[in-house]
Write a protein that binds this ligand. Structure first.
Ligand code: PLP
Length: 370
């Protein structure tokens, strides 16, 4: 079965092999050497002032960022499940919440954010997804972050890049905390989250907040190539391997390849009559609005061995989402759009004529320059 859900994503064989060794004790020179190597690679991935790895899913990192960076009131963008989650974290942390709500297909915009900040001078932190996975939506995060810093550089900008870091280059010049997760774009098993931090964020964090999710404790230890509590050694070894694989061809080539595959997938789907759901599609996945999404997903699974994700909440049964994150062999993505075309044929929607594969290849090779 081809796993084509936008998280978890398949773990490449070389990474599985790297993680198959005996467990190393985390308080040893041997592990410190591995940690240092992974940390240096992670610094290059984020391109930010500081970074930490924490044993937690992505949600834990979202919580850590909120509690360590805000002391009063948080403005969040809710255009899907994950944006909604930021709001729940803020409320559960005893902070005040202002939420900008959008349809799951609609990106946030600078004007709405600016007017929310003007209306409420108590807001000290802003939270948004780079790619909101519920609807496959890309928010214009860099533009919004720049406008926030122009309005008030003291406001901390937290960007959830769990389905964006490792997908496309992100301009972090106005972002204070950028979150990544192991099981999405970074092709690892679930269980580790990573946070890139600006210098302003590190200063604002100061002594940190809370106990386990105290980012200051982690920064202090991780600068010494260890972790505050038991390190997720296997995942850190795996992350080192993933980043080594990406770096062997270079980030530029990796991002270009992902982009070419994403554009080819989207064009192929559109060519056979699929409706791309978000107004501003992310490169991490293709989300298609389809009233027969469940029947289609079932045909894809049983007849073609392809597992794609469905929709959640009000989009349950009305959306299917195809992953684009990771080092995916291009023939697998080509096979997936071809399978969608066959599934349309099986459901008597459109007779198969090979158009999806044709368009996929045309667009992919027009965009892939290497
Ligand atoms: C998956 C995901 C999360 C949550 O990650 P968990 O690892 O399940 O806690 C947060 N944000 C986005 C955009 C995601 O796709």
């Amino acid at each position: 079965m081809l796993l084509f859900t936008p998280g978890p994503t398949p773990v490449p064989e070389a990474v599985r092999m790297a993680m198959a060794g005996p467990t190393i004790h985390h308080r040893t020179k041997e592990f410190e050497t591995i940690f240092k190597d992974t940390r240096e690679r992670l610094m290059r991935l984020f391109g930010m002032y500081e970074c930490v790895m924490i044993a937690s899913t992505g949600t834990g990192a979202m919580e850590a960022c909120v509690t360590n960076l805000s002391s009063k009131k948080v403005l969040t963008v809710n255009a899907g499940k994950f944006g909604e989650r930021f709001g729940k974290i803020v409320s559960a942390s005893g902070l005040e919440l202002v939420e900008l709500k959008y349809g799951w297909d609609t990106p946030a915009n600078v004007e709405d954010v600016r007017s929310a900040l003007v209306d409420d001078p108590d807001i000290d932190t802003f939270c948004i997804q780079v790619s909101e996975s519920s609807g496959g939506l890309r928010h214009p995060v860099e533009e919004i972050a720049a406008a926030i810093k122009e309005f008030n550089p003291e406001i901390m900008v937290i960007a959830d890049g769990i389905t964006a870091v490792g997908v496309e280059p992100i301009d972090t010049s106005c972002i204070d905390a950028l979150i990544a997760g192991s099981q999405k774009a970074l092709m690892l098993p679930p269980g580790m989250a990573m946070i890139g931090l600006s210098e302003a964020a590190v200063n604002k964090i100061g002594e940190g907040e809370g106990y386990y999710f105290n980012i200051a404790s982690e920064i202090k230890k991780q600068r010494q190539n260890t972790t505050a509590y038991t390190a997720p050694t296997t995942l850190i070894i795996g992350l080192g391997k993933v980043l080594e694989m990406i770096e062997s061809d270079g980030y530029e080539s990796f991002y270009e390849e992902t982009r070419a595959r994403a554009l080819a997938t989207r064009s192929a789907l559109e060519a056979i009559g699929c409706t791309i759901y978000p107004k501003s599609p992310a490169l991490s996945m293709s989300a298609v609005y389809d009233e027969e999404a469940d029947a289609l997903r079932s045909v894809l699974k049983t007849e073609f061995g392809v597992n794609v994700a469905g929709g959640q909440d009000h989009l349950k049964g009305k959306l299917f989402r195809i992953n684009q994150m990771g080092l995916i062999p291009v023939h697998e993505s080509a096979w997936v759009v071809n399978a969608v075309e066959w599934a349309y044929d099986r459901l008597d929607r459109r007779p198969y004529n090979g158009l999806a594969s044709k368009v996929f290849n045309e667009v992919y090779y027009a965009n892939e320059k290497l």
